[in-house]
Write a protein that binds this ligand. Sequence first.
Ligand code: SAM
Length: 218
Amino acid sequence: MLKDTYKDKGKRNRLVEELITMGIQSTSVLKAIQHVPRHFFFPKDFADKAYENIAFPIDKKQTISQPYTVAKQTELLDIQTGEKVLEIGTGSGYQAAVLKVMGVHLHTIETIPTLHQKAKILFSKLGLTINAVLGDGSLGLPELAPFDKIIITAGAPELKENLLKQLKIGGKIVAPVGSLDVQKMILIHRIGDNEYTETDHGNFNFVPLTGFNGWTIT
Ligand code: SAM
């Protein structure tokens, strides 16, 4: 049974206050974080840690991202209601839920079958209409492109043109890009057919993006 108590809501209020002190300003992002019960996406035995501002291990050596990171990536994308968004790296499904409650049409792709299946079941239990796809997100989702916004929630070695071309002109992609140890949060804005601007938003540490355009993990 999924229960969201007043105590949980109180913990979320405090988390939101912490995110504000860390520089998150977008009201719509803060509202979404306030709204989504992160403990639903957390390993059951550790649900008491769900409102700490930390990343946490989930199944299959993967992680649920830190709330600050979720807030930061979402804020950078400047999400507008009704946009078509692709998330690469469903993981626990928490970031997807945050995006969904902001009123987007969301497609999310995950490469690990058990994580994909678990998230899909949870989305359905929570009444979140999210298209959860199993596959190699390093290739994007060309059959459903173009997207207004793309978010990668795993560390990528680089961003290939195949992915950038899946953005609408005017669209944005946010992704941690760099080595296996540390990545820069890069925001790319597609401003023309072959024209892009790029800004850097500091260092982060993600689990690796695998697949054709990702890392080979042995
Ligand atoms: N967004 C997630 C959340 O809210 O819990 C956190 C994602 S976790 C940091 C990164 C996820 O990316 C993992 O679940 C991993 O399996 C997935 N991943 C890695 N490479 C991938 C690929 N090529 N395609 C799709 N998912 C991938």
